[in-house]
Design a protein around this ligand. Sequence first.
Ligand code: ME8
Length: 649
Amino acid sequence: MSCEKAYITTPIYYVNDIAHIGHAYTTIIADTLARYSRLSGLDTYFLTGTDEHGQKIEEAAKARGKSTQVYADEISATFKNLWDDFDISYDKFIRTTDADHMKGVQKAFSTMHKNGDIYKDTYKGHYCISCETFFPSIQLVDDEFCPECGKSTTVVEEESYFFRLSNYQDKLLQYYEEHPDFILPRSKRNEVIRFVEGGLTDLSITRTSFDWGVKLPEDLNDPKHVMYVWLDALMNYVTALGYGTDDANMDYWPARVQLIGKDILRFHAIYWPAFLMSLDLPLPKHIAAHGWWTRDGEKMSKSKGNVVNPREVADAYGLDNFRYFMLREVPFGGDGDFSQKALIDRINSDLGNDLGNLLNRVIGMSGKYFEGKVDSSNVAKYYQSELDEVHASLDKLEPLLFEMQIHRYLEELWRPLTVANKAIDMYQPWTLMKEGKEEEAMALNGLISAILAKVSVMLYPVMPEVCTKISNALHFTIDNESWKTLAKGTDLLAPFTLEKIDPLFPRIEEPRLEQMEPVDKKVEEKKKKTKVAEAVEAEGIALIGIDQFFQTSLKVGTVVQAEEVPKSKKLLLLQVDVGEAEPRQVVAGIKEWYSAEDMLNTQVCVVANLKPAKLMGLLSQGMLLAAKDENGLCMIRPEKPKTAGTPIG
Ligand code: ME8
């Protein structure tokens, strides 16, 4: 009998630099899903790998004076080694420079071409090498800068093959409509739908101005073109299964979950399904987009040099602890901040106090009163209501995981631990023993051990090493059988003698990483400060480059309407003309110093590219510049009247 299949993928990572915790996060979530999937008896295939073509990689290699292939080999190996050291349970590590992959991509190109979805024309527009993305001029910031990363774009005018993405607009919208959980979390789905409804233009899918990419199929006889890196990269999800070569594992397709970061949602939720439709292949069940990790509140990126090295964190705090922290700390889809303090709090509190202590208590209890023996025969007789509560919680878990509510999964999984800790406090084994209620005390011992066993089966996908230690101590094995009987079923443990083990989560008092090192020497160089920089930084001001400054769009605005926000002591509701089709609504916390009347028809300076936020239920689409000292606050305004929308900088 063939068993149900589950194919789980991560994005393939660019080899322009080594891995940071963002990459580790995606991979750890995917690993958790793959482990759970195997545990629950699904025939699971887990893919990860590296994305090695494109202009960005060619330039990164050049900058290091290496041949592109040698450079790609080196960095790809650092990803693979990291995942191996992290015991990531992938079934295949694909590289886009693999011959089979390249053959598969060519096959896909030919098929799309035969299906009438590819034509040749000229591309004229802007290209951001860092994002490997084309942008029409209208989307650029100040006619030049990339709207995604803020870097300067390159003007491209070259012959190109195009994919008829515009033909897929209606089909995609219909698909999103009919499959409301195709994009997870659902909040991200609306973003995609709005984008597609805004109109899709055909996609340039080949380049002629550089060489580092997959060539077109030979029958097209057009050797100066290489494929656009995103077409090449997205195809990895099926070429890894043998698409275009031997089809060996294509029965794993469509994927159950394709895990990505929110930065690449558009590629996966629009281009990828359109390519698949063109190839007559089914679409994945879920595209799941997680949020962004920052470090101590700052955006973390390879180019900024403030990346957190996952290996350092895992070495200092333990790999399983790091895995637990990442999955528990942030609701899936939301952004998270990495700080050692938050990590230490999670380890000491959730892991040490709730889980570790429980194991210590049961080891202590059985050692002191029963020579280490645990017998569950009478658990139901004394503690049925506790068992019912535990089983009710466990029953809720599985859907949470595959709906990508992993933080909720862990939250719910902690309830049985609370039941166990409460039971000890309430029934007090030492009192039971004093009162001669030995059978009841042993049953309590059995209850706590069973709860620990059940929790460790379900926690295993997140913390495999720790849970294996717990299961060894409790004399059972975590596998599909125990998943069925202990975690999904109501079985208890067979009688056993508890092994004493060292505490799993010794308390952490101090941060273990003095200063987290940047991951790259180049970054180290960048950090060497000039005298001026030192003086400025001594004032507690972090230096930024001009390109970072230009990421902020500042504009002159005219306040065309102003009113008080009811029930608010601080807020005014302003409509500010910043030279766009409609005025922007800005909620400003200035009422202590300015009345609505004071503000009306005056000019202000507006931060115009802030993400909209809600204040007291009102949408605010910008921020006003102001200065505040002990004498109060004043607005920063242009010295002379300026046309609304005039850029500042
Ligand atoms: O985009 N926080 O590769 P990439 C959370 N090659 N996740 C982060 C992160 C952060 N600060 N930084 C990176 C590419 N990630 C393409 C993908 S797939 C066909 C091609 C994670 O090396 C996140 O999952 O830039 C993001 O989507 C991925 O790394 C991008 O890695």
